[in-house]
Design a protein around this ligand. Sequence first.
Ligand code: NAD
Ligand code: ZN
Length: 367
Amino acid sequence: MSEVLNVQYNNEPCYDIVLDDSFEGLAERISGLGFSGRKIAIITDTNVEKLYAEQIKECLETVSPTTVVYAIPAGEENKNLSEIEKIYQVLIDNHFDRHDLIVALGGGVVGDMVGYTAATYLRGIAFIQIPTTLLAQTDSSIGGKTGVDFKGYKNMVGAFYMPKLVYMNVSVLNSLPGEQFASGFAEVMKHGLIKDSDFYMWLIDNMYEIEEKDPETLMSMIKKSCSIKRAVVEKDPTEKGDRALLNFGHTIGHAIEKYKDFTLFHGECVALGCVAAAFISWKRQMLSMEEYYEIRDMFVPFGLPISVTDIDAEKVIELMHSDKKADGNTIKFILLKKVGKAVIDPSVTDDEVREALKEITWTDDFE
Ligand code: NAD
Ligand code: ZN
């Protein structure tokens, strides 16, 4: 039951996103891209290696005489240049040249790191994405943003570099821990909120099936989410304009993520950031009160937070201004003009953010 979406880059067809429920079609796709007989390096992380590396290796051995598997230690803390150096070394030791192929098998961390390795090794070698988290399948594997963290700064070093293929097998989500699934779902909700109110309503109507990971529902959800992300990145591949809409929920979300020293999941911070941004949109009379509360409460069944304890609003605001996306002192805040239509608004004041942070701060004193 495979489905294909093509992504354009600068108005030219660039790469296919294949959605499937197995890895059966992978080898054929790779040989269709002209990599039969070439070396293939499967770069993964230590968790995903145990689950899927052997299966992918066997699959790729049918088209490649040399397949190498290398696993980065799992976790965002390893998304750095010293781990990239180790990948370069594996490629050099195995004599990879510019005609060979690298496969990124894993979540967003692996995808971003392998993409960056591919962009820079020998000034560019082909790579494909096999995303294995909900976040990677609906968000990070599409659009060609690659990179690593640097000395505590997230995604500070990187490149735009397009994959040759994104192959997603939705059944791998069955092994994904619940909190990782929920974290990815926050980005799916975001896609509905910024671009497609019908999809947002569909998510509400299919909440139970999504939670149960019903295969057909997941396939439809991921396909729709991918097509929203695709439309945004096709219009603005290098984030000069509209791609900023994808930052909905991320302005305050990132600041909370940093303030909490990355102890919360990214999607949890995105959920909080979405609630805060929806609150500001309501206060500006762009959303009705009912719409605001509906958005807020939609995160709850997925175990995503809509309030947080122990927040120092002034520190969070300070962190928000220091984010690299803050342009001078103006923050390109993303608000909802209505459900399904986000707008960039540079006029959001610290006072509005303060009020929104108060709204999402959990307190147990009833005065
Ligand atoms: P991740 O890659 O760390 O994966 C989360 C955890 O799940 C890891 O421990 C991983 O080993 C494990 N895992 C992965 N697939 C699994 C599976 N099928 N079964 C069981 N365990 C599995 O995190 P993530 O949330 O996928 O990605 C986050 C990263 O993505 C961040 O570094 C962020 O900066 C980046 N990102 C990039 C973009 C982009 O456009 N490039 C967009 C959003 C986020
Ligand atoms: Zn995000």
